[in-house]
Each structure stands twice: as C-alpha cells, then as structure tokens.
Design a protein around this ligand. Structure first.
Ligand SMILES: Cc1ncc(C[n+]2csc(CCOP(=O)(O)OP(=O)(O)O)c2C)c(N)n1
Ligand SMILES: [Mg+2]
Length: 327
C-alpha cells in the first residue's frame, strides 16, 4: 500500500480532482457554446482558478454559506450546486436553479448554502456579514465566505464589511481571488498595496496569501482559517494569487495581456495539471484513475448541455412569479 503524503485521503483527492475537472470542462464547453449565440447575457469564465474554489469548499458543508461574484460558476460547482440546473439557468430555461430568470450572474441555491453569484462588485461582502451574524446567533458552527476579485477588493462595501466583521467577531472569511486583472486593468495599476493581507491588517484581520494554482496550498491555508472562524476565532482574509485562462467576458479580445500569457499560464500554471502531477508522482492516484474521471465528467457536461438546450423557456406567466416577496 502506497504511503499517502497528502492531508487528504485517496477518495478525497479524487473528489478534489473531479470538482476541478467539472469546473474546467463546464467553462471550456461554455466558451464554445457561447460563441454559437444560444446563451443569453454575459458569461465570465472561471477556468484557471479551479483550485481556489475547490481547495476552500472542501472544508465546507451545506450549513456554511458563500456569496459569490460575476465569475461564479466555479464557486457554485464546488459548493455542490447541481450542474444540470446551473446549465439550465445559464441557457435561461425553466429547468434552471432560478427557473431561468437569473442567468450566469445570478445562480443561487440556498439549499446548498450558495447565496448567489452577483453582478455587483463587492456586494457579497455585506451579505456574508449577515450570514455570519445569523450563524453566530444560531451557534451552529457555520461559517460564511465571500469571494471577490482584485478589482472588487477596492470597493467600499468590502472594506466596510471587513471592519464590521472584525468589530462583531463574525465567522466570516474574505477570499480575494487575485487573477491580476479587473477587466483590462492590472492589479499593479489599481491597488496601492503589494498584498491584500496588508490591507486586512488595517482592520485587525489576520490574513494569508497563497499560490491559488496550488490546490494543496489553498486547501491547507483555508483549512486553518475556516477552523479558527468555526471555533469563534473571528474573521480573516485569504488571498489566492491565480490566473484566468479566458478573457474578462466571452468576446474579450484580451489585448491588455502580454503576448503568449495565456499559453504560458496553461503550460505552467494549470492547477489541474499541477495537481495531477503531484498525486500521480506520489503513487496515490494513477493516470487511469484521472482518465476515468475525465471521461465521466465529459459525459456529464455533454448531457447537461443537451438537456439545457432541449428544455423549455419560461412562459409569459412566469414573468410575475418569484419577483416580489410579501413579508
Ligand atoms: C459596483 C460595480 N462596478 C463596476 C462593475 C463592472 N465590472 C464588472 S466585472 C469588473 C472587474 C472585476 O474585476 P475583479 O474584481 O478583479 O474580478 P475578476 O473579473 O478578475 O474575477 C467590473 C469593473 C460592476 N459589475 N459593479
Ligand atoms: Mg481580477
């Protein structure tokens, strides 16, 4: 029996790989399908950033809540939202998790603790303070995580929320997914500090920066921060330095990137390749194990796309349902 040097069992390693592969295939397929013109609205792809969502979400259960971003597909999949319902939602079909009325930037599934993708930058931070406050009052050990990019990190809502979480000692974690760009603006241009951890320190929050393309680095750092928050230790910040393989949105010509940048990232900073190399070199997982998952995920995504395409659109009557809630 091979000695397992990782902090996860063989089954957990396979689960991590399956999650990252599902996100990657979901996004690569959307890249192709979006170009055909069948998908309404905007789509922002998460490919390249899979290790961030996966390494973090493996520490969470359905009682834990997350608030996502405009680039939210990876967060949803890693939090356990059904891939068929997500695809239906992105195609605007009644089979979607929000009955086709939200689309890519409004996917939500409260049963999974997924409070919603969000088209408004920095909007998840105050939401998650509410979720954290509720968890604290319930005393159920639940935690809340809000994701935001290097650009959204400069929103006042994020900074105000860090202060609020600190003074109320909320079980809330601020996750900066620093992919180097906010649309076409580089992080060096737009952010005055070298690390978002320095900024968190201004609110009395501990923080850590990790290589977001290294699943194990994310997993270990997130594990410590989440455990601390669960046990009443309060909020913290996690910065994951990562890469996005595609443009800001589908259709972006990416003229602001260096020549060959995407190819370089796909060759040297692909979290799936890095993960696969580590676990197979250690002999805990074989190439065949990974190839089997690849085939199963490919079939899942094929089926999700075909099912979504074949599903009906919402009818005129659906226009007035789920819109207002009478309290
Ligand atoms: C409050 C607000 N301002 C501006 C925008 C327009 N906008 C959408 S995404 C984006 C850039 C976000 O960059 P970042 O936070 O780094 O996330 P990334 O897209 O890199 O994941 C901007 C400016 C918005 N959606 N909301
Ligand atoms: Mg960014």
């Amino acid at each position: 029996m091979t000695n397992n040097p990782f902090p996860l069992s063989r089954d957990e390693l396979l689960t991590a790989y399956r999650t990252m592969r599902t996100i990657r295939d979901f996004e690569e397929r959307l890249h192709v399908e979006f170009a055909k013109g069948d998908i309404p609205g905007f789509v922002h792809l998460y490919a390249g950033e899979e290790a961030c969502a996966t390494g973090i979400m493996m520490h969470l259960t359905d009682i834990d809540r997350i608030a996502s971003t405009h680039r939210g597909h990876g967060h949803c999949i890693a939090k356990g939202v059904d891939v068929h319902e997500m695809m239906g939602e992105i195609y605007g079909k009644v089979t979607g998790c929000c009955r086709g009325k939200g689309g890519s930037m409004h996917i939500a599934d409260l049963s999974k603790g997924m409070m919603g993708a969000n088209g408004i930058l920095g909007a998840g931070a105050p939401l998650i303070c509410g979720a954290g406050l509720a968890a604290k009052f319930r005393g159920d050990g639940g935690v809340g995580l809000t994701f935001f990019g290097d650009g959204a990190a400069n929103q006042g809502t994020v900074l105000e929320s860090m202060n609020l979480a600190a003074i109320w000692n909320l079980p809330v974690i601020f996750v900066v997914e620093n992919n180097g760009y906010a649309e076409s603006t580089s992080v060096e241009y737009a952010t005055a500090v070298d690390s978002y951890v320095d900024r968190a320190a201004g609110f009395g929050l501990p923080g850590v920066t990790v290589d977001g393309t290294d699943f194990f680095a994310v997993y270990e750092a997130a594990g410590e921060i989440i455990k601390r928050a669960r046990e009443g230790g309060g909020p913290a910040l996690l910065e994951c330095k990562t890469v996005r393989f595609f443009g800001h949105f589908e259709g972006d010509a990416q003229t602001y990137k260096a020549k060959g940048e995407n190819d370089h990232n796909r060759a040297h900073r692909d979290c799936l390749k890095l993960f696969g190399a580590r676990v197979t070199a250690a002999g805990v997982v074989s190439e065949a194990d990974l190839a089997l998952i690849d085939r199963e995920v490919a079939a899942l995504i094929d089926d999700a796309v075909e099912t979504a395409k074949g599903a009906p659109l919402p009818g005129a009557r659906d226009l007035t349902t789920d819109v207002y809630v009478a309290y």
